[in-house]
Design a protein around this ligand. Structure first.
Ligand code: ADP
Length: 436
């Protein structure tokens, strides 16, 4: 029996059958007229009872909460109970779907990429927060606006008309022209379009830096290579060259080759530093010993032209000895190279306010304030000629900055034009081996 058949049988058994029985009973006891009268009364009563329950049900469905739940038993009671259970289940499902929809829409609003949904006539249907920054589309203000009228960059309308699947449309931010966005139009269903905008400013900056770097390296290598190749031509063309001349040219070629070698060395050091986030190993570096080494290397580089002094009053420093030596010796070599003969250079290691401070002070040429913020950029030089003459690669301070960063240290530069400079590397207290 089907479910509807079962319900019908129950209604007949509990409502119709007793009424019929009542009619039959009255007929047997009092005659046919009484029988009909009793059956009619029974049916009327049944109709009244069913109508009342139907009215209760209708009222409850209008406001289906527990307080006005129709109190009934029998078939109607079961119907009410089933209905109420079904409604509760539906309400829970709706709540769940709503919550899921809310969190999905929250996520869409919060994603860092700009999202705009357009209808078939390119009217804005929906957009998220990032779209406001990227494209200047803001809801509710721009709901229904035509996107081409909001983003008026030349070429954008053409791109929207026939979006190129392989290449995005590149847009400079309409508000601040400093940011760059890549925009893609993706078909959404039959008639809508999803616009996705991605902030590619940093990627473009890195790309620009990379190509500047390659151009710089090529330029740096080109000069010595041109000199060497010029001398080599002389050697081959000029058979009557004297021995002295040959020696002179050979010496000049060797200088240029050394310059290329030190450039390649510095480039390799930089790329190694960039490849790893932290030094491969760390140890407690005996600073007294390291400063003694720096002094002797400095003296040999200065060849007696400067007065050099060291002062070591700080504890051992935790770090990678090779890297620390490379950073500190770069600072010492700069001090010597940018200090005229007769000048003074002081190398110091001391404890100040709980931090370890390594400093190199010179009485050299000094640096004008406007150059200070850019000194650690690769290939940035204040005086190109002097840097080249003294064998500089323009990468020394970039290496220093990298090494200090890996040791959580900061580089502070104090300098006055014509009065000398002080380069200070300040290390955090936890890197020092302090006596307890
Ligand atoms: P370079 O190989 O040219 O010395 P660096 O990166 O070591 O490159 O230094 C960048 C620039 O900073 C130098 O070209 C120089 O102009 C300036 N500089 C660095 N150290 C000193 C110093 N002690 N005194 C004056 N100028 C300095």
């Amino acid at each position: 029996m089907t479910s509807a058949g079962r319900w019908f049988a129950r209604i007949v058994l509990t409502g119709v059958l007793p009424t019929v029985c009542l009619g039959l009973f009255a007929w047997i006891m009092h005659g046919l007229a009484w029988g009909w009268a009793a059956a009619a009364l029974g049916f009327m009563l049944m109709v009244i009872v069913q109508s009342r329950r139907l009215a209760h049900l209708a009222a409850w469905i209008d406001y289906p909460d527990r307080s006005n739940f129709p109190d009934s038993n029998g078939v109607w009671g079961e119907v009410f109970l089933k209905l109420s259970r079904k409604l509760r289940l539906d309400a829970r499902t709706i709540d769940e779907v709503e919550a899921r929809l809310r969190s999905f829409s929250d996520a869409m609003v919060a994603v860092p990429d700009g999202l705009v949904i357009l209808d078939a006539s390119h009217q804005v249907q929906w957009s998220n927060r990032a779209a406001g920054e990227h494209l200047g589309v803001r809801l509710p203000r721009d709901a229904g606006a035509i996107i081409e009228q909001l983003v008026r960059t030349p070429g954008f309308a053409d791109y929207l008309r026939s979006p190129d699947g392989s290449a995005p449309f590149i847009l400079q931010s309409p508000a601040a022209r400093t940011r760059v966005y890549a925009i893609r139009a993706v078909p959404l269903g039959e008639r809508s379009t999803l616009l996705v905008s991605l902030d590619v400013t940093d990627a473009r900056r890195v790309e620009a830096m990379r190509s500047t770097f390659v151009a710089n390296v090529s330029h740096e290598l080109r000069t010595p290579l041109t000199v060497v190749s010029g001398f080599l031509e002389h050697f081959t063309d000029d058979a009557g060259m004297s021995g002295d001349q040959r020696q002179h040219f050979a010496r000049l070629m060797s200088e240029q080759t050394k310059r290329m070698l030190s450039l390649v060395d510095d480039l390799l050091t930089l790329s190694r530093l960039e490849a790893e986030d932290a030094p491969a190993s760390e140890e407690e570096v005996d600073m007294e010993e390291l400063l003694a080494q720096l002094l002797s290397e400095g003296q040999s580089l200065s060849a007696g032209r400067h007065r050099l002094a060291v002062g070591c009053k700080g504890p051992a420093l935790r770090g990678n000895r090779k890297e620390l030596h490379s950073a500190f010796s770069n600072l010492v070599s700069n001090a010597i190279r940018y200090t005229p003969a007769g000048g003074e250079i002081r190398i110091r290691w001391k404890l100040r306010d709980g931090a370890g401070v390594f400093s190199v002070r010179d009485s050299g040429v000094g640096i004008a304030a406007e150059h200070l913020p850019r000194l650690t950029e690769r290939f940035y030089r204040v005086d190109r000629g002097r840097s080249r003459e003294t064998g500089g690669t323009g990468l020394g301070l970039a290496i220093v900055k990298h090494i200090l960063l890996r040791h959580q240290a900061t580089l502070v530069i104090d300098s006055q034009l014509g009065e000398g400079s002080t380069f200070r590397a300040e290390f955090p207290g936890w890197r020092l081996k302090l006596a307890v």
